[in-house]
Ligand binder design. Structure first.
Ligand code: ADP
Length: 463
């Protein structure tokens, strides 16, 4: 290591100057020949310069070592340096090396811990954000970036104002409170974007040592509770719907019993009439309970796909035979066009029977007297597609997306009058889901409706 020439010359000149001055004075008073004085001055200067080279070189080493300490990357390996220098300079170098090692270890540990924490936070499925005292984003984990970047199209979130990415006054207020040291709050909010999402936000102050207004920090942890709340709402609606569906026939039954015990006692004609009506109401309750049981059984098995090979021709022929008397009573003809449906599908025979029974029965019920129900089938793209087409009044477009909801009917009175439970299409949808199939509805008001089901074919490898 070469000492800087500038320092070497100036320091040598400075250190040599008293001796050179003394030689000059001696020469001035005549005690020393001028030439000898010049030679002595030069010799002193060169001697000091040579003596200074070593210590200045070591000082340069210390300087370099200190620079490398500040410039080194936080995750750099820690090198073990040794010094062969002796004396006070050697002690200083050794002390610097010791300090360097300790700091290096601490810094590496801190860096590793930070990286581990970052991996952990990024693995969290829930968005996490930390904020500085001015409610600007300091850190966002991967889930938060996915949510906020996707939503606002901002590429770099760090340093952004929270209000630019979460425009919820209640959240901003809660963050302000957290930054002034108030305890954790949990707030639920709904985003008003194209797709409504419900989030639960937990806003916490980050307390680290002596916090004051300038060093305050806050943390927001978001949890998407959309599905949870929807599920809760659906369960509540379902219970209310079932109770309502069963209460109506039960109320009529209670009424008939009271009439039979009271005004109609002894009136045989009235008794016969009322018993018929009571039987109708009991049948209706039985149908509702049976449909509910079917639905719950299918839902329970929905995650395991069936594995039997089923001939759709056979299933649909059986269903058509079964429904022929009902079709005749309603003056409806059933026409089958199933010649192309000659490849079996993967399915569950009983469930597929129920599926086609629900669809063909609806077509008979809503097709109307004198109409035709056509069931056609074809095989394409590894799927068997069956369409049940009727010539009924059709379904207004706005109702179609909701028809597979439990108890959803276009005309409740008409459905009840025809013995409907409002569960038939919900059952169809769940059976199709369990079969990894697709269910679609097309309808033209005034012309008729077409309900199509596509089911995966039994492939050769599954044979
Ligand atoms: P429901 O027991 O009331 O028939 P579904 O779940 O089978 O219940 O059908 C739900 C609703 O969809 C029916 O109430 C009816 O309004 C409508 N719908 C179903 N099939 C047809 C069809 N083929 N033509 C017209 N509307 C239909």
């Amino acid at each position: 290591m070469v000492p800087r020439p500038k320092y070497l010359i100036t320091t040598s000149a400075l250190l040599a100057s008293p001796s050179v001055l003394a030689v000059m004075v001696l020469s001035a008073v005549g005690a020393l020949n001028i030439w000898i004085a010049c030679l002595a001055g030069m010799a002193i200067l060169i001697g000091v310069l040579v003596l200074l080279i070593r210590p200045l070189r070591r000082l340069r080493g210390i300087e370099n070592q200190l620079s490398s300490l500040t410039d080194r990357a936080p995750d750099a390996d820690i090198a073990v340096h040794t010094s062969d220098a002796g004396g006070p300079v050697g002690d200083i170098i050794a002390a610097i090396y010791r300090l360097d090692r300790i700091w290096g270890h601490n810094r590496k540990e801190l860096h590793d811990n930070l990286q581990a924490a970052q991996i952990l936070f990024d693995a969290l499925p829930d968005p996490l954000l930390t904020l500085d005292a001015d409610a600007r984003l300091i850190y966002t984990n991967a889930a938060a970036q996915e949510l906020l970047v996707g939503r606002h199209g901002i590429s770099d979130l760090t340093g952004r104002d929270l209000s630019a990415v979460i425009r919820q006054p209640t959240i901003l207020e809660a963050v302000e409170s957290a930054l002034s040291g108030e305890p954790t709050r949990t707030i639920e909010f709904t985003t008003a974007d194209q797709v409504d999402q419900i989030f639960e936000a937990r806003i916490e102050p980050i307390v680290a040592g002596n916090t004051n207004q300038d060093t305050a920090r806050a943390l927001i942890l978001l949890r998407d509770v959309t599905e949870l709340r929807r599920g809760e709402q659906m369960r509540a609606d379902f219970v209310a719907n079932v109770s309502h569906e069963l209460r109506t026939p039960l109320t009529s039954l209670v009424g008939f019993i009271e009439t039979l015990r009271g005004p109609a006692r002894g009136d045989m004609d009235a008794q016969d009439r009322f018993l018929d009506l009571m039987q109708n109401q009991s049948n209706r309750m039985t149908r509702i309970v049976n449909d509910l049981l079917s639905l719950s059984r299918i839902e329970m098995n929905e995650h395991t796909a069936p594995d039997e090979h089923v001939s759709l021709q056979q299933v649909i022929n059986t269903v058509a035979d079964l429904l022929t008397p009902q079709a005749r009573d309603s003056d409806v003809t059933i026409e089958l066009d199933l010649d192309d449906l000659d490849t079996p599908v993967i399915g569950h025979q009983d469930e597929l029977t129920q599926l086609f029974q629900n669809l063909i029965e609806n077509a008979i019920k809503y097709g109307g007297a004198g109409s035709k129900v056509l069931v056609t089938g074809e095989v394409s793209d590894a799927f068997a597609r069956v369409s049940v087409i009727d010539e009924g009044d059709g379904i207004p477009r706005e109702h179609i997306p909701r028809l597979t909801e439990r108890f959803y009917r276009v005309d409740t009175a008409r459905s009840r009058e025809m013995g409907g439970t409002g569960l038939g299409l919900a059952i169809v949808k769940h059976i199709a889901n369990r079969h990894r199939g697709k269910f679609s509805i097309r309808s033209e008001p005034g012309i008729g409706s077409e309900f199509t089901i596509a089911l995966p074919l039994a492939t050769r490898s599954a044979d």
